[in-house]
Design a protein around this ligand. Structure first.
Ligand SMILES: Nc1ncnc2c1ncn2[C@@H]1O[C@H](COP(=O)(O)OP(=O)(O)OP(=O)(O)O)[C@@H](O)[C@H]1O
Ligand SMILES: [Mg+2]
Length: 370
């Protein structure tokens, strides 16, 4: 079985240790210090949280994922869903039913597991005020048994029309939950800046920031080599270096490419660097339709700009070298093209550099020699 996991949360033996980060996060959780976990996509934020909670085995996790949340009603329902799922495990669902009576909950029984379930009447529309009651509910759940609250993809609360009111209510409650550790995880740096770094925001400086960066190459390299050895495959350091480079040190993408190397090799193989093209071709064969669909949305200028980024990197797209390669001679036009590519979620800007969200899309553009 392919031992490389990607596109999912990893923990336990699938989690490569991150000693410094684990220590820092653990200590903040122990002292009920609120934390903002920042980092690029697929860098391992959610996995880090799950692994730490697993290791601190006395703590319950109240995990609230607000990815793509669009309304306050949806936001509240996600909180309730998380509480229900947590309390189901501790068998306290009846208690919860009473506390939520004002929201007309419906009790049921899961036909598969026989455990009680709780759902809300779809006709009830939750408003920013409802957040207050839900935050009190979190506090009483904590009183019964200790927990850590995680708001994952927290930046998406800004999609909600009443975000300012929702944030103000959240903050007003959280500041009195001094014994509960809150973790806010966030993937897109410039947006979170609005919530935690803007003096006008109720969350201004309300959490300690931890930057989740790439994994240590040496530790991760050893981890990956051991995984290859499960199938008696030996990989040289030079091959790992090449994989790290192509995947731009992103652990999710590194695992994806290692998984492809595993698939194009066999038990007992001494793998050499020249395996990379066939591993990449396997990745492309699964993803090229997505790449083509992305390209079909682009104008000629946007496409030239993207190819320029693939070939020259995204550190200085307004330089004369870039202008020459793309043939777009108006910096304003390049800027417009870059903005559009960001909007289409093909590239993103991180620490003044434009990068491909999917590094394999980049290498495919180079491979195809557009
Ligand atoms: N510590 C780790 N050890 C091994 N692999 C890891 C580790 N952290 C992350 N990964 C790899 O990265 C992938 C993405 O991890 P995870 O979902 O935790 O990232 P994330 O930062 O929460 O991503 P997103 O922003 O998309 O939610 C995992 O499926 C796994 O392949
Ligand atoms: Mg995540």
């Amino acid at each position: 079985m392919n031992p490389f996991k990607y596109g999912q949360v990893v923990f336990d033996e699938d989690f490569c240790p991150r000693p410094k980060l684990e220590k820092a996060l653990k200590s903040h959780i122990s002292s009920a210090q609120n934390v903002l976990l920042e980092g690029e996509r697929r860098i391992g934020k959610t996995s880090l949280i799950y692994e730490i909670i697993r290791k601190m085995n006395k703590l319950r996790l109240l995990y609230i994922d607000i990815l793509e949340v669009k309304t306050v009603d949806d936001f509240c329902r996600r909180i309730i869903k998380a509480i229900v799922s947590m309390e189901q495990k501790s068998g306290l669902i009846e208690k919860l039913f009473k506390s939520l009576a004002y929201l007309k909950p419906v009790m049921g029984i899961d036909p598969l597991t026989g455990t009680p379930t709780l759902s809300l009447d779809a006709a009830v529309r939750l408003k920013p005020d409802s957040i207050e009651g839900l935050m009190d509910l979190i506090h009483s759940a904590y009183k019964r048994k200790k927990l850590v609250v995680v708001f994952d993809e927290f930046q998406d609360i800004l999609n909600v029309k009443e975000a300012p009111a929702a944030l103000a209510i959240l903050r007003s409650k959280i500041q009195f939950h001094t014994d509960i550790p809150y973790i806010f995880a966030e993937s897109v740096r410039n947006r979170i800046d609005d919530i935690f770094n803007n003096p006008g925001s109720p969350f201004f400086k309300s959490a300690i920031t931890i930057d989740v960066g790439s994994l240590d190459r040496e530790i991760f390299g050893d981890f990956l080599q051991k995984k290859f050895l499960i199938g008696k495959r030996r990989v040289p350091q030079s091959l790992l270096d090449r994989i790290f480079e192509i995947a731009q040190d992103n652990p999710g993408d590194i695992q994806q490419l290692c998984g492809a190397v595993w698939e194009v090799t066999s038990y007992g193989n001494d793998i050499k660097d020249d395996i990379i093209p066939s591993a990449l071709e396997l990745v492309y064969s699964r993803e090229y339709k997505g790449y083509e669909a992305a390209l079909s949305q682009l104008t000629g200028q946007q496409l030239r700009c993207l190819i320029g980024l693939a070939n020259l990197g995204g550190k200085s797209p307004l330089s004369s070298g870039f202008i020459k390669v793309t043939g777009i001679n108006q910096p304003a036009s390049i800027k417009r093209a870059l903005n559009r590519l960001v909007q289409l979620k093909i590239i993103y800007k991180y620490q003044k550099e434009y990068k491909f969200i999917n590094p394999f899309f980049r290498s495919w553009l180079i491979y195809k020699d557009f």
